[in-house]
Write a protein that binds this ligand. Sequence first.
Ligand code: BEZ
Ligand code: FE
Length: 307
Amino acid sequence: MDPTSIAKLITKEADVTPTVLAAMADTDDPRLKEIMTSMVTHLHQFLLETRPTEAEFEYALRWIVEIGQFTNEFHNEVVLAADVVGASTLIDLINNDGMQGETMSALLGPFYRGDAPACANGECIARSETPGPSLFFSGKVVGADGAPIAGAALDVWQASPVGLYENQDETQEDCNLRGKFTSGADGRFHFQSVKPAGYPVPTGGPVGVLLRAQKRTPMRPAHIHFIVSAPGHKTLITQIFSDSPEALATDVVFGAKQQIVGDFRMHTQPHPDYPGATLPFYTCEYDFRLVEGTPVFPVPPISGKKS
Ligand code: BEZ
Ligand code: FE
């Protein structure tokens, strides 16, 4: 081989980035090439700026290995790690800017299962003893023009007020506080649950180590998750919040947005629309607005509950 045709070997810091980019230059997929070129360039810049020691580099690699080791079909530490560094919320905003008047979205989080039972309107999603005041949630699914969308699917899930999703808590029934509803001919839906409470994200793994080192709260403000979808419409992944301004502003995963704070009303007197409801109870009415598009569904980060 002609020795002049072989690129020079790396001899100094400044040689590394162009040499690695040259090695990737034949990538056929243009999007992969664009992403990897940018990723390598920014990664090298970050390393040159922060100049980690070898011990720090080993520690960082170990942390990433542990994120993988902590992940299984019941727990997703990878998604949690992306969430606490703001990556998931940034991806959400890049892809869902709300500029067409659609309901604002929010990150999916690591607790979506995808196999919640189908429910009739009005059903209660508390399937086992669940503390907390009753909540009657109702609303309408509408299109960009405000017209009701019949037959829209609403996949709903929330944590128990004890601070755990059912898949984290063996005392809760399988799929407690999860259900799939369908809007009626008038676009309306309604279901019963318990008023959500704030809860800490799981801190038993490498993400918890990071949060403690950064002296950060692990808390999420109280919320209910929704995936709202209908044929011919862009799927909406969102959360409806119910908490203090301070709790919303200190959400550990940066997911709270003002437009998706619900009007949770406390009722201390019997109400004819909710006969027999134990006092106090709460109501919340929220309308979801979808825009036209192709429905796309997220791959569930977990697939079930440990039995
Ligand atoms: C959640 O809302 O379920 C969630 C989101 C991000 C991290 C942990 C939990
Ligand atoms: Fe949640």
